[in-house]
Design a protein around this ligand. Sequence first.
Ligand code: NAD
Ligand code: APR
Length: 239
Amino acid sequence: MLQNWLKESKYTVVFTGAGMSTESGLPDFRSSNNGLWRKKNPSKIASTEALNENVQEFIEFYKERVLGVKQYGPHKGHFILAKWEKAGIIQSIITQNVDGFHTEAGSKQVAELHGTLQKFHCQSCKKEVDSETFVKQQFCQCGGVLRPNIVLFGEMLPQEAFQKALMESEKAELFIVLGSSLSVTPANQFPLIAKQNGAKLVIVNLEPTEFDSFADEVIHNRKIGDLLEELDHKIKANE
Ligand code: NAD
Ligand code: APR
């Protein structure tokens, strides 16, 4: 079905989560085997509270994640989505990921709901630095701690990305979720908004999600990279 809907849809939006980047080598958060939040309590690490009361662990955690993002990069699935955008097969991507891999693979229309690990800013004077500076020195000249430009637990999402995601979800005829457990608000509302506005909803995720019952098609136990490659071959074969 997904292959036909991809061909028929005039406005297709792809929504990605950490499962989009596991085939690049980055761990996700809630996979039963090695999700990051299976080993650490996110509210103690990736929160504004951690930034004030648990700075050393906060710095170590994000240094590790920045080094991971630099060590790896987009995989075949990211490049296929970028190619499909150029070919007009999909129109935009809404991502919860902070690794920047969609943009690195060439996608242009990307709403980064949870910000990006590529940029940091000083918690005190707000001076912005790049991630290389953060890896070398974790504190600003003013003495303040450098924190990533991402949404921490308890923070508001960047309004521009939020509004873009809302617009895209309302316009979608086909809304495809790739690699998200859909466990975090308000990100997990966009598949519902698309559905409420008449879109077909497809969820591709190794494990079941809380939103499977709302989907028109659910694909479990398939790795995203392989599935996108298979769909790409089928679309090319029918050109
Ligand atoms: P939550 O429901 O507690 O938080 C939802 C967040 O979305 C709240 O901070 C709230 O302020 C914000 N929000 C709600 N409605 C909004 C709206 N209309 N416009 C803008 N923002 C709105 O969920 P949570 O599990 O505590 O996660 C909080 C946020 O922190 C999520 O976005 C989560 O993904 C993010 N987070 C990011 C990382 C990371 O590494 N990137 C790590 C942990 C948490
Ligand atoms: N192919 C398909 N699905 C996959 C793959 C893969 N190769 N790898 C992992 N998955 C699935 C897992 O089964 C898991 O259910 O992707 C899902 C990822 O879900 P989470 O780990 O919860 O990640 P995500 O949904 O992006 O988390 C949302 O929570 O901590 C916050 O801000 C953080 O953006 C993150 C948000």
